[in-house]
Design a protein around this ligand. Sequence first.
Ligand code: FES
Ligand SMILES: [Fe+2]
Length: 348
Amino acid sequence: MFLRNCWYVSALAPEVTRFEPLARRLLDEPVVLFRTHDGAVAALEDRCPHRFAPLSMGRMGRDTIACGYHGMEFDRRGRCVANPTQPGETIAPHACVRSYPVCERHGLIWFWPGDPALADEAAIPDYWYYDHADWDTDLQYMHVAGNYLLLLDNLFDLSHINFIHGDVLGSSDRASDMIHNTKSTDRGIVDQWLSPASPLVPGWAAIVNDDWAQGDIDFWMDMHWEAGSNMMLDVGVMPVNGERSRGLQIMSLDGLTPETATSTHYFYGTAQSYRRNDRSILAFWAKAQTYAFLQDKRMIEAVQASMGERWDILAMNPVINKGDRAALQARRILAKLIREEEATPAAA
Ligand code: FES
Ligand SMILES: [Fe+2]
C-alpha cells in the first residue's frame, strides 16, 4: 500500500527530545521517536517485545528508553540492554525492537521505513533554503483525516486555489486563464501554473507594495513532487513578462506522511528571501498558509468521509479534469514503484 524504500518526514526536529518520547503512527506502524543524551535521534518500533506495551509510555534514560510496564531498557538500535526483573539472566536474543534509519535535516526528522541497507541520505529531497542564511523559514504540522494521496491531488491541482482559497489566494473568475504545464524531472514531476497579467489577489497585496506590483503582475506556481510523497512549491509574483528574480518568491515544503490508509501527517513550511530582515513577510505568509491548509483539510476530510474506509479514489472511477494530470502521473509512478518493491522480498 505504501512505498517503503524512501524517506518520509516523521517529525519536526523540536518535537523530538531527550526528555519525553514521541509516539507517532507512520505508514500504519507504531513508532517511538526520542533523542539520546548527545542529541542523536532514534526511531524504534513502539511495542515492547515482552507484553507489547507501547515504549512511548516508558521513561527516558541517558541513552535508552525503558518500558513503563516491567522496565526492560532499549538502546537506539533497538537492542535490550537491561531487564531488571531478571537479574543475572542472559537477555534473550529476540528481546529487541525494530529500529528505523533516521536523519535530521532541514529542521525535520526524516524516517526510512524500508530496507535499512538501502537508506541513502543523498535521496532526501533538497529543501536547500531551510539551511541557507539568506532565507527566513518556518515549519509547521497538521493532522489530516484523509489518505495522503488526496493531499497530493490537492497540491497538484492548484486550480482549486480559485475556489477553496478564493478569499485569500485566488479568484474564481481567473480559473480558466491559468496556463498549465506538466514536466518530468530527474527525481519526479514538476507541474507549472501561470496566471498572467492580472492584479494581485488579497493575500499577495498584503505583503507586496512595491511600485512594480501596483498594476498587473504575473503569478507563478511550480509544484514539484518526488516519490514517495514529498513536495515543494515554488510560488511568486513578478512584473508582467519579467524575471522571477525581480519578484517576490516563496518556497514551500510539503511532506505528506501516511499515518494510516485514511490519515496523514502533513508537515509544511514556507521560506522567503525577498526582504531578509522583514519578518512580517514570513509571519504573514505562514499564517496565510495555515489558514489555507485548514480550508484544504476541511475539504479533504469531507472527501475521505464520502469515500468511507476506501483509500484509493482511482478505484472509484472519478471524473478526471485537466488539472488532475500531474497527480495522475505521480500516482502511476508511485503505484509502479510500490509494485516493484513488493515483488522484491528483501525490500519489504
Ligand atoms: S511489557 Fe515491556 S517490559 Fe514488560
Ligand atoms: Fe489548497
